[in-house]
Design a protein. Structure first.
Lengths: 239, 316, 296
């Protein structure tokens, strides 16, 4: 189970000049890691690159012993990596139940019923809405459907792109609590966030990108206490 | 004797080649500059043909007419009516994905064909409009009038070529290409994308109308078969693709090359035994269809590629 | 009343069935591969001639030979997708539209080359109509078309909602990028889209030819109403496309009924225009279709 995600010297972009350059970071199994940075720092591009949606010009991505750099997007789910994109994260015309079901197609779990029970116990809000089209749900509920779908394949690692973007403060808390619940089940989480303070409070490690490069890394507490980080991302106010 | 025969063959080849060149230049404005897929060229061509024919013929009891206007006025009328038809289609479809414009334009072409066939008071139905005058017909007689008509057609081709080339390099044309290559950033730069696209489509349709008018004056006769989508719409697309979309000279070269190939193969296939001669036209169609596939896959920039490279943009 | 039902309603439902079966494929291809498939009408014609060829060898009811038509259309669809559409997949989809426009011509000229361009009939002779409740006279063919389409609609609904492949198809139609991120097998989805679309096109072609006669322009002439049906039903919504097919078919046929006085409301020669007008009004007022399809 010691499957560490390690990214070394990663340079990637969309065919033009690279968006991220020489990025290195590692995520220990079972921890929550958060990637922070100003707009345009390449945070989402980093997640997309791990998910094989950009073109890599240098560096490697490994999960444990397994090299992921050359994998195609559709091959990653069976290897235990799931992703939740930022916008358009559900299949809107399909019901919540169908959305969850689609999550099992690429990597069917051994006991589908048990997995479904477990996922639904994480998101009790969804239980009453299983037959509703996902497109009719609120933003927060859609985020839960998307996370649920990603968990249905029993992944080792989940990538989340700004899971709280556009959510009300109440939902924001819920989502962060859920992430802690998911972590308890032993799943590794790597996410990009804008709400730096809350994210660092629940994260084991944080990585700050600036201009597509590594800037600072440290534990959540270290970064919360770092003067530079506070000035840049936490609005200067005391934490 | 052989030589004069050859001469007049070349004249007729170049007249039709010129009319196709106009259609290609028109399509190049729509597709090459504006990125708009018009699958109903035959419809706009037909509207132009009937407009010019009706305006310029003498009175006939069989269809609307008797205006006996000079041919140039007929052609202006053709441009106007075809342009307005194009405007109506573009108004509705231009803000949608280009596939919808393709469906709507093929639809309007189909409806127009129904009108040409069914509204006998207007078009004399499938019997067609005859005795359509040629321009400058007072000065020439017999086969020489073909030569004069050849000059007339190519003067118009030249005018349209100059006009569209200036359009291409004008600020208007640059905005248009910016929209074609990256709609999002053109929108962000404050361009009224919809307005530009409608203008493009209307200009193209008007020129197609003129081409239709010229064909009516050339054949002196017009029936609904002239609006056959295969021989107009389809062939024009192949011509522009092969010639080089985005390049006006490419459009003209493509028209001449493909039309020559099309006509010359007819000479050979006419010598085949009768049971094969009828099938040969299907073989030609088949080959043109496959030629389009080849051009799309391997030869997308055409004989004369667009000079200024299109603005590259990435998906994201 | 019985005149209306006998001479307008049943023929309208038959035409509607033909449009419905064709529009399913157009809608699915538009929803999943994101392009308007201009060769779909000619794919239908190909199916018709496949059945015609089998009928020349086996003198049985042509409806029993539909599988031969299906085999031909499915093969043709997979072939053109592999060799003509797939190489253009990375370009803007409009290139694939242009390509399909050319493929329509290729199909049609192949049909003319192999089978000639004359009208051919699948079944010679006239069969007496069935008489129901002493008043309704229904031709056997119309009944066959309507019942077959209804059965196909039920099966298709089951396939799309209850099977893994069907749900994957809906997922790709909803959001192709998310489907890829979810690890779905997009190539398989594309393959099934063609198989189902082409197979139903063959059924539509069979009924279209039985209803009138087989000729090389059979399917091309039906393309516009089928596009209209697909838009009406909402792109990417196969069941919507079926409903759209019936609505367009009814609208076309019933527009020539003498609703007011003794004259047909709209001259039958303008039937095609009805579909076009519906399509244009939809594009103006409700481009997502009646059933909230996606707007591409």
């Amino acid at each position: 189970m010691t499957e560490q995600l390690s990214v070394t010297g990663l340079t990637a972009g969309y065919g033009g000049p690279p968006i991220i350059e020489d990025i290195s970071l590692s995520v220990e199994p079972g921890e929550i890691a958060v990637v922070l940075g100003p707009n345009g720092a390449g945070k989402s591009t980093l997640l997309k690159t791990i998910f094989a949606l950009t073109s890599v010009s240098a560096g490697t991505i490994r999960l444990g012993e397994r090299e992921l750099t050359e994998c195609r997007t559709s091959a990653l789910v069976p290897l235990g990596v799931s992703a939740v994109p930022q916008n358009r994260n559900v299949f809107p015309s399909m019901t919540v139940d169908e959305n969850l079901d689609v999550g099992t197609y690429a990597a069917p779990p051994a006991d589908q019923k048990a997995t479904r029970e477990r996922v639904l116990s994480l998101f009790p809000d969804l239980k009453g809405k299983l037959r509703q089209p996902a497109g009719e749900l609120s933003g927060g509920q859609r985020q839960m459907v998307a996370m649920g779908r990603a968990l249905m394949s029993e992944p080792k690692l989940v990538l989340l792109d700004e899971p709280t973007a556009g959510l009300s403060p109440a939902y924001l808390e819920r989502i962060f609590d859920l992430l802690l619940d998911i972590r308890k089940t032993g799943i590794t989480i790597l996410m990009v966030e804008q709400n730096a303070r809350q994210a660092l409070q629940i994260a084991d490690h944080g990585h700050i990108l600036v201009n597509g490069r590594n800037h600072v890394s440290g534990t959540g507490e270290e970064l919360l206490g770092d003067k530079d980080v506070r000035r840049l991302f936490l609005g200067g106010a005391a934490g | 004797m052989e030589l004069t025969g050859l001469f007049f063959y070349v004249v007729s080849l170049l007249i039709m080649g010129g009319i196709y060149a106009l259609l290609c230049l028109a399509l190049n404005v729509q597709w090459g500059m504006g990125g708009l897929f018009n699958a109903g060229i035959a419809g706009f061509y037909g509207v132009g043909a009937y407009t010019s024919a009706i305006l310029s013929t003498a009175a006939s009891g069989r269809h609307l007419g008797g205006f006996s206007m000079p041919v140039p006025i007929g052609l202006v009328g053709a441009a106007l009516v075809a342009g307005i038809t194009g405007w109506a289609v573009a108004r509705i479809c231009v803000r949608l994905k280009s596939d919808y414009l393709a469906m709507a334009s093929i639809g309007i072409a189909e409806i127009l064909r129904l009108v040409f066939v069914n509204e006998s008071w207007l078009t004399n139905g499938s019997l067609g409009v005859s005795r359509i005058p040629r321009p400058l017909s007072d000065f020439t007689t017999g086969r020489m009038s073909d030569v004069v008509f050849l000059g007339f057609v190519w003067v118009i081709v030249l005018l349209v070529y100059v006009a569209t080339s200036r359009l291409y390099d004008s600020p208007w044309g640059r905005s248009l290409r910016a929209i074609r290559d990256n709609e999002a950033s053109a929108l962000a730069a404050g361009k009224n994308v919809e307005k530009y696209r409608i203008q493009t489509f209307v200009i193209g349709c008007a020129v197609m109308g003129v081409a239709g008018g010229l064909s009516a004056h050339y054949f002196r006769f017009l029936s609904p078969t002239a609006t056959d989508p295969l021989l107009t719409t389809f062939l024009v697309w192949v011509m522009l693709m092969a010639g080089g979309s985005g390049n006006n000279r490419g459009a003209i070269l493509g028209a001449l090359t493909i039309w020559t190939l099309w006509s010359v193969t007819e000479i050979f296939t006419n010598r085949l035994p009768p049971e094969w001669a009828t099938r040969s036209s299907f073989i030609r169609m088949l080959l043109v269809g496959l030629l389009l596939q080849f051009v799309l896959q391997r030869f997308r920039s055409g004989l004369l590629p667009e000079k200024s490279p299109p603005v590259r943009f990435r998906k994201d | 009343m019985s005149e209306f039902i006998n001479f307008y309603l049943f023929p309208a439902l038959t035409i509607g069935s033909i449009y419905a079966l064709g529009a399913v494929g157009i809608s699915m291809i538009f929803g999943i591969l994101r392009f308007a498939h201009f060769a779909h009408g000619d794919l239908m014609t190909l199916g018709t001639y496949g059945i015609l060829a089998a009928a020349a060898l086996m003198p049985v009811n042509p409806l029993l030979l539909v599988p031969f038509g299906m085999a031909l259309t499915v093969f043709a669809a997979l072939f053109v997708d592999r060799y003509f559409y797939r190489p253009l997949r990375d370009l803007p989809t409009i290139y694939t539209v242009i390509s399909s426009f050319g493929i329509a011509l290729v199909f049609r000229s192949l049909i003319q080359l192999v089978w000639g361009s004359e009208n051919q009939v699948l079944v010679a002779g006239v069969r007496p109509p069935l008489i129901l409740f002493d008043t309704f006279r229904v031709s056997v063919l119309h009944l066959q078309a309507i019942v077959t389409t209804a059965v196909i609609a039920v099966l298709l609904h089951f396939f799309l909602t209850a099977t893994k492949t069907g749900r994957s198809m809906r997922a790709v139609a909803d959001d192709p990028e998310l489907a890829e991120v979810s690890g779905l097998d997009t190539a398989k989805v594309v393959r099934w889209t063609w198989i189902i679309g082409a197979a139903l096109a063959a059924v539509a072609g069979a009924f279209a030819a039985l209803n009138t006669s087989a000729h090389p322009n059979l399917g091309w002439n039906l393309l516009l109403p089928m596009f209209a049906a697909a838009i009406l039903g909402g792109i990417g919504k196969p069941m919507g496309a079926m409903a759209g097919g019936f609505i367009i078919g009814m609208a076309e046929e019933l527009s020539s009924y003498h609703w007011i006085g003794d004259e047909a409301l709209i001259s039958p020669s303008y039937k095609t225009a009805v579909a076009f007008v519906i399509m244009i009004s939809l594009l103006i007022f409700r481009p997502q279709g009646l059933f909230k399809g996606r707007l591409l």
